[in-house]
Design a protein around this ligand. Structure first.
Ligand SMILES: Nc1ncnc2c1ncn2[C@@H]1O[C@H](COP(=O)(O)OP(=O)(O)O)[C@@H](O)[C@H]1O
Ligand SMILES: [Mg+2]
Length: 362
């Protein structure tokens, strides 16, 4: 009996995506099933190139199809297509090519939010995703420094009246800093102005096709943060905190704000989590480490991982060369990459969940 396509599809119906809790066929991940004698080939189109479950999904598929009588060899091609956020219809209107938008937030300044945002963006870009980085920190736009684009002249498409993002390390960057520089007078940002500037940011930036748009929000949970979080159609928010207890209580504030706005919390990142000794590469817990994980358990949000406190991270950010770009093989870069994968994983889950939430409200 020759192997049939239906048998292959049925076998792949038994393979579940561990994060999305549905089988690969239902998730429309299976493409191009081809059978030639005893050889079966097919493509699995993952929801992110940064998928930490890649190997497991591939192995499970191989096992399932290998169980079909008559199958002797299996060729699996893995591709990835980031699925767009569906519940937030406004996104399609204001940012047509942007599939997902991730806010990076914190309850207070100085926790390393911008450093984390820049490294996340670069780490995702390195997996092959198309990435944008929007510096919406009106109080202290530091993305131009960290990404080494402080002197960049922002280009304007006069005909279409659009700003063209600056491309750096495979990431499309736009910063409030670029705009603030253009207006020389000291700007005091008040609610309506924030709102206006953000509207311009949203409508008038030529992003093109973007899988992940990372937004560095201003620290805190005041009016400006609220305005921004409402104006930007967010797929979800990532909260950056440091291990100290005080930081945990401010993280709670940020989470409460996003919950009120119905923005999914993708999870908590603990930055400056432990000290990574530059000479011996061994790990020292100098603060009461683990606050991020505890906070995430108490607040029932995912824990996305820990970034060590390391002089190189600061030095490399100050040089305009984020760690994952300049020292991709370091332990610090490894930590950022793991966190980026966890973020991508949660984005896939949030996108998948969004239409269900929508049905529940209607
Ligand atoms: N993991 C880290 N290890 C060492 N220094 C860090 C780390 N994360 C951030 N920093 C440094 O801490 C300072 C504040 O970081 P920044 O990203 O500007 O914070 P925020 O955006 O939250 O205000 C910067 O000097 C930055 O280089
Ligand atoms: Mg900052």
């Amino acid at each position: 009996m020759p192997v049939t396509e239906q048998q292959v599809i049925d076998a792949l119906r038994t393979v579940k995506d561990p994060d999305l809790h549905k089988d690969l066929v239902t998730l429309r991940m299976v493409k191009d099933v081809k059978i030639s004698g005893s050889n079966v080939s097919f493509t699995i189109d993952l929801t992110t190139p940064a998928c930490p479950m890649k190997e497991k999904i591939e192995a499970d598929s191989r096992d399932a199809v290998g169980g079909i009588e008559g199958v002797e060899s299996i060729d699996i091609t893995l591709t990835a297509t980031v699925r767009p956020t569906q519940a937030r219809g406004v996104q399609q209107i204001v940012m047509p090519g942007v599939k997902t938008v991730i806010a990076v937030a914190s309850g207070k300044g100085g926790v390393g939010k911008s450093t984390v945002a820049a490294n996340l963006a670069c780490a995702l870009a390195r997996t092959g995703a198309t990435v944008g980085l929007m510096d919406a920190d009106i109080y202290g736009p530091s993305i131009p420094l960290i990404m080494g684009v402080e002197d960049a002249q922002i280009e304007v498409d006069e005909a279409k009246e659009q700003l063209i993002p600056v491309e750096r390390y495979g990431v499309k960057v736009i910063s409030m800093g670029f705009l603030q520089r253009a207006s020389s007078a000291a700007v005091i940002w008040r609610g309506p102005m924030v709102s206006k500037a953000v509207q311009q940011f949203l409508r008038d930036v030529r992003w093109g096709e973007i899988d992940y748009l990372i937004v560095d929000l201003p620290p805190g949970t005041g009016d400006a943060q609220l305005t921004l979080s409402q104006a930007i159609p967010l797929t979800g928010a990532v909260i950056v905190m440091t291990p100290q207890d005080v930081a945990a209580s401010v993280a709670v504030k940020a989470i409460t704000m996003f919950r009120r706005l119905d923005v999914p919390i993708l999870g908590i990142i603990e930055n400056m989590s432990y000290f990574l000794c530059p000479t011996c590469n061994s790990r020292h817990d100098i603060f009461s480490h683990g606050g991020g994980r505890q906070a995430s358990e108490a607040l029932e949000v995912p824990f996305l991982g820990e970034i060590p406190l390391h002089g190189q991270i600061r030095a490399e950010a100050d040089e305009g060369t984020p760690t994952v770009v300049i020292s991709p093989d370091s332990l610090e870069a490894e930590a950022f990459t793991r966190v980026a994968e966890a973020v991508a994983q949660q984005v896939s889950i949030a996108v998948r969940r969004a239409p269900i939430d929508l049905q529940m409200v209607s």
